[in-house]
Design a protein around this ligand. Structure first.
Ligand code: ACO
Length: 430
């Protein structure tokens, strides 16, 4: 659209010009902020299918072409050449760091990995079989009770401290949740290790014997975190922005985002994919399950397929599939049958008329679980791993939102379909 206004003709024949705003790239948006004041109507868009909730400079997606860029850099280039910490700096600060900026950032994150000892007591209170996402959201929510010395959202230094704490401490919290489920002692972080090496040792080391870090495993984790780091206004990020828009402290906003991520239509899908592949069990059953997914009377959906924005290949899925090949070649063939099954299922679905017609392609979650499983991470931890990668995106969006001088509380309206006014009836007359 090259026009700079969108003309609206209301039923009374009155016209109104709505301004059209152009982004750097991507479709234009119609600015409807004045609509209610001047026309007395709201827009109605459940699920926000055609609604931009904010302006952002962080991430761009072209769902038709399968493009994803962080701060203008294609995710394929970042996946091939960058590291999760460098990408984190990019998302938080807007530009790739210089060598000394990256060194300083890396040092800051490495030296803030420990938790306040009091926080570890939470893990003594949770049931041994608590879902790790429940523990993650609860403990992250509690961070505001430990770090209330730096919760002034109007202070840029406090905003930096918050982002560093989230990035540095989430893996430690996740590892504590994992160890509780496992019945093993908590392993403290080691600042001499890289971000992902440290995470692997906190998860898998035990005091009884030395732990050897597998470099390919650390590389695979780093790659997954890069690919999960941000995805513009997805459900959990929008939740973080929404909760934070009230002025709630950022740890509470991130805890809300973690809760939103947990759902199977969002980050919970990676867990659901593995459960589905295990249920399918064998290539001979694929046809039956594809039929179930197509049957509108059957609630079954092909998990890891379809996306609100991508109507083409999710570029992240393709990169992760390549990493699956590399990792399984290195780690042995134990998880190969499930990967082979996933590859076969992808081929069958991609050739199916229903999936072709509805543009349903594998999404980021289709193959990520296979990598986590090959690394020895249990299914219940998959969504936690997603949260660790996405935490920096949440922090970047919260910072962007809070630093916007025109920022307002997020407060959508509704189409009311309840009863009209009626009078209270005393209980004995009902
Ligand atoms: N299996 C079978 N049919 C599907 C699937 C699927 N995985 N995904 C979408 N469809 C169908 C829908 O039934 C719908 O059909 P209809 O037009 O006949 O009603 C059509 O495709 C459009 O799908 P919607 O659900 O309306 O699309 P929406 O954008 O609301 O949902 C979502 C997207 C939630 C991702 C959906 O594709 C889905 O449930 N996929 C499986 C879960 C999943 O993998 N989630 C992870 C998403 S990525 C992420 O959050 C990291």
């Amino acid at each position: 659209m090259s026009q700079d206004a969108f003309r609206l003709l209301n039923p009374d024949g009155k016209e109104m010009d709505l301004p059209v705003r152009s982004g750097t790239i991507g479709p234009d948006v119609i600015d409807i902020a004045r609509l209610y004041r001047e026309q007395g109507v709201f827009t109605y868009d459940p699920g926000y299918v055609s609604t931009g909730s904010c302006a952002s400079e962080i991430t761009f997606i072209d769902g038709e072409k399968g493009v994803l860029m962080y701060r203008g850099y294609p995710v394929e280039q970042l996946a091939a050449h960058s590291s999760f910490l460098e990408v984190s700096y990019l998302l938080l600060h807007g530009n790739l760091p210089t060598a000394s900026e990256l060194e300083g950032f890396d040092r800051t994150i490495r030296t803030h990995t420990m938790l306040n000892e009091g926080m570890l007591n939470f893990f003594k209170g949770f049931r041994y079989d608590a879902h790790p996402m429940a523990m993650l959201s609860a403990v992250v929510g509690s961070m505001s009770a430990y770090y209330h010395d730096s919760l002034d959202a109007s202070n840029p230094e406090h905003r930096d401290i918050f982002a560093h704490r989230i990035l540095a401490k989430l893996p430690t919290i996740a590892a504590a949740a994992y160890k509780l489920n496992k019945g093993q002692p908590f392993i403290y972080p080691r600042n001499d290790l890289s971000y992902c090496e440290n995470m692997l040792q906190m998860f898998f080391a035990v005091p009884a014997e030395p732990y050897e870090i597998d470099e390919v495993a650390a590389e695979a984790l780093d790659l997954l975190f890069i690919l999960h780091a941000d995805h513009e206004q997805n459900c959990s990020t929008s939740t973080v922005r929404m909760a934070g828009s009230s002025g709630a402290n950022p740890y509470s906003a991130i805890a809300a985002g973690i809760a939103a991520l947990w759902g199977p239509a969002h980050g919970g899908a990676n867990e659901a994919v593995l459960e589905m592949l295990e249920e399918i069990g064998d290539a001979s059953q694929i046809g039956k399950y594809v039929k179930k997914a197509i049957d509108k009377n059957d609630p079954f959906r092909l998990m890891g397929f379809g996306h609100r924005v991508y109507k083409n290949f999710d570029p992240r899925a393709t990169i992760i599939r390549d990493m699956c090949h590399k990792l399984l070649a290195k780690l042995g063939r134990q998880d190969t049958p499930i990967f082979d099954l996933a590859l076969e299922l992808e081929q069958v679905a991609l050739k199916d008329d229903y999936f072709i017609e509805k543009n349903l392609y594998p999404n980021v979650d289709f193959y990520s679980g296979i990598i986590y499983r090959a690394l020895g991470i249990p299914t219940s931890m998959f969504t936690v791993m997603f949260a660790l990668g996405r935490s920096v995106g949440w922090a970047a969006h919260w910072r962007e939102m809070i630093a916007d001088p025109k920022g307002r509380i997020s407060r959508p309206r509704q189409l009311y379909l309840g009863p009209e006014q009626r009078d209270y009836v005393p209980i004995e007359k009902r």
